[in-house]
Design a protein around this ligand. Structure first.
Ligand code: GLA
Length: 489
C-alpha cells in the first residue's frame, strides 16, 4: 500500500515535471503568473542565477493609473514560461529624489557582481520630464531583493536614457549600453565598460555615433557580437536593427533590419537578449516589449528565438505563434496547429470576403464591426481544455478614417489608433466575450495575435469575431485565418 502510494506520488511528481516542461511560450498573449495575475515586468532583463538555479525576471512595474515610477518587480521561473511573482525588488520611496512614485524608473537590469559578492541593479533614473538622464544603482544580497538605493549618476559626464547591460561570457566583463537622449548633441548609443565590482563606469569602448537609436542590447556568439536597437518612436513599435562586430570595440557593421519589413519587429521594441547555453545547443531569445501606449500597464511581451548565421554574418528574429522551449537542452520546437481559413468562414451583416492576394486563402474577411457585422468560423476541433488560438489579421491603420482622430500613420500629421479590439465568442456564448487586441500592421501585412480559449471536445465548435470600441471605432481588424493549437500537455 505504502509502495503504491509512493509510486503514485513519484509519478505525480514526474507528471508535474512534464507539465512544467510542456508550458509553451506564446508571444503577445496576456501572460499570467502562478497567481493568475498579468506578468508585470516591462523592459527589464532575465538572469539565470547560479545560487538558486532559476531564471529571474526583472522589469518596470506598471498598474492602471501608475504607469511610471511603480518600481521594479521580480519573478522567478524554471522554464521561462511559468512565472512566480516575488513582489517589488526595488520599491519607490515617497519624496525620494530619484525613486519616488513620480520618478522615471525604467529599463532595470540586474547582474551578480562576483567581486562585490552582491546583486547589482542598474536602470535609467530620471525625473518625470526626462530632464536628468542618469543611471541608478541599487544593491542586494539576495537576488529577489529588496534592493537598497545607492546613487544615481551621469555616465562619465554624459546623458543616459534607454539603458542596457551586457556581460561577456568569455571574460566575465560587464558593460553598460545607453542612448544619450534626443538632443542634437546626443543621439548616440554608448557601450562602456564597468569596473570590476560593477559599481561605476570605466571607459567608453564604442560609440554608435548619431544613429539616433535606443533600447539597446548585445548578444554574443562564439565568433561575434550583435547589438540590437530600436528607432525612436516612443512607445510605438518600429523596425529594430542589428549591428555585428568581431570585437566590442569594433569595427561594427552597417545596421540591418532584424524582422520582415513592415511588421515593425512584430509590433515590439528591443530591450534584452537572453543566451541559453543548453546541453544540446545554444539558443538566443529576443525579449521585446509590445508596448500598449493606449494603456501602458497592459503592455505585452514578444519573446522569440533569434536565427543567427555567423558565417553569413546575419541575424533575424523568427516569429512563432506558439513554441516549446527546453531550457536545459536549449532546443525549441514550433508547436503545430490546425488552420481555419477565412475562405471557408461565413460573414454576417456588412462583413464580407474581399480578394487579397497576400491572404492565405486569397480572400480576407473585412467590414467586421460591432456585434452584427461578424465572421464565423465553424467545424473547429477542440479538446475541452484551454487551447491557444492565433488570429491572423490585417489592421490597415484605420484606412478610410483619415479625417478622424487617429488618421493614417502614412499621412502628413497622421497618428495611429494603435490597436483595434475584436470580440471573440465561442459557440455563440455571448455571456463570455473575449477581447482580442489587434495591433496596427500595414496594408498587406498579416500578423497574428493569440487568445487562450476553451472549445468543446469534438469538431463542431464555432468562433465568431466581431468589433469592440477601441476609443475611436467599433471596427475589428480584417481576418485571414485562425490557427488552433493543441493544449499544453
Ligand atoms: C521609448 C523608450 C522607453 C520609454 C519611452 C517613453 O520607448 O525606449 O524606455 O522611455 O520611449 O516614451
Amino acid at each position: 500500500m505504502l509502495g503504491l502510494k509512493l509510486q503514485v506520488a513519484s509519478s505525480l511528481l514526474l507528471l508535474g515535471a512534464l507539465v512544467a516542461q510542456a508550458k509553451y511560450i506564446v508571444p503577445g498573449a496576456r501572460w499570467r503568473d502562478t497567481d493568475g495575475e498579468l506578468v508585470n515586468a516591462h523592459a527589464g532583463n532575465v538572469v539565470l542565477d547560479n545560487s538558486t538555479s532559476k531564471f529571474w525576471l526583472f522589469g518596470e512595474y506598471k498598474v492602471q493609473g501608475q504607469v511610471e515610477g511603480g518600481g521594479v518587480s521580480v519573478y522567478s521561473s524554471d522554464d521561462l514560461a511559468t512565472w512566480t511573482f516575488h513582489g517589488l525588488a526595488l520599491e519607490p520611496i515617497e519624496g525620494h529624489r530619484y525613486i519616488s512614485p513620480s520618478s522615471i524608473i525604467q529599463r532595470p537590469k540586474v547582474i551578480y557582481s562576483e567581486a562585490a559578492g552582491q546583486y547589482h541593479m542598474w536602470w535609467h533614473a530620471d525625473n518625470s520630464s526626462y530632464g536628468l538622464l542618469l543611471q541608478g544603482l541599487a544593491t542586494s544580497d539576495k537576488i529577489e531583493g529588496p534592493y537598497s538605493f545607492v546613487d544615481a549618476t551621469s555616465p562619465l559626464g554624459n546623458w543616459s536614457q534607454d539603458f542596457g547591460m551586457f556581460t561577456d561570457y568569455k571574460d566575465g566583463r560587464t558593460y553598460a549600453l545607453y542612448s544619450n537622449g534626443d538632443r542634437a548633441e546626443g543621439r548616440d548609443v554608448y557601450l562602456t565598460s564597468y569596473n570590476e565590482e560593477v559599481t561605476a563606469l570605466d571607459e567608453v569602448v564604442h560609440r554608435f555615433d548619431k544613429y539616433d537609436l535606443e533600447a539597446p542590447t548585445i548578444l554574443q556568439t562564439e565568433k561575434s557580437y550583435y547589438a540590437l536597437m530600436s528607432h525612436k518612436t516612443g512607445y510605438r513599435p518600429n523596425n529594430v536593427v542589428a549591428f555585428r562586430a568581431d570585437s566590442l570595440s569594433g569595427p561594427w557593421s552597417q545596421p540591418w533590419i532584424v524582422s520582415p519589413l513592415n511588421t515593425r519587429t512584430f509590433s515590439s521594441q528591443s530591450g534584452f537578449t537572453l543566451r541559453i547555453d543548453g546541453s544540446v545547443k545554444t539558443t538566443y531569445l529576443y525579449l521585446g516589449d509590445q508596448w500598449d501606449s493606449n494603456s501602458l500597464w497592459e503592455s505585452r511581451y514578444i519573446w522569440l528565438p533569434i536565427a543567427i548565421d555567423d558565417d553569413k554574418k546575419t541575424l533575424a528574429v523568427e516569429w512563432h505563434d506558439v513554441y516549446d522551449l527546453d531550457v536545459k537542452t536549449g532546443e525549441y520546437k514550433t508547436v503545430e496547429g490546425k488552420e481555419y481559413l477565412a475562405t471557408d468562414a461565413i460573414t454576417n451583416g456588412n462583413a464580407f470576403k474581399q480578394e487579397a492576394n497576400f491572404a492565405t486563402g486569397g480572400v480576407i474577411a473585412t467590414g467586421i464591426e460591432g456585434n452584427d457585422s461578424t465572421v464565423t468560423f465553424s467545424g473547429i476541433e477542440g479538446t475541452g481544455k484551454p487551447q491557444w488560438v492565433s488570429f491572423y489579421y490585417q489592421n490597415t491603420d484605420d484606412m478610410g478614417y483619415g479625417d478622424q482622430p487617429g488618421g493614417s500613420p502614412d499621412r502628413i500629421g497622421g497618428s495611429w489608433q494603435l490597436r483595434r479590439i475584436s470580440s471573440v465568442v465561442v459557440n455563440g456564448n455571448v455571456e463570455n466575450v473575449e477581447t482580442l487586441y489587434q495591433r496596427d500592421t500595414h496594408k498587406g501585412i498579416i500578423l497574428s495575435t493569440p487568445l487562450q480559449l476553451t472549445l468543446e471536445e469534438g469538431v463542431n465548435n464555432t468562433i465568431t469575431v466581431g468589433g469592440l470600441f477601441n476609443g475611436f471605432t467599433y471596427k475589428g481588424a480584417d481576418i485571414d485565418k485562425l490557427v488552433v493549437y493543441p493544449p499544453e500537455a
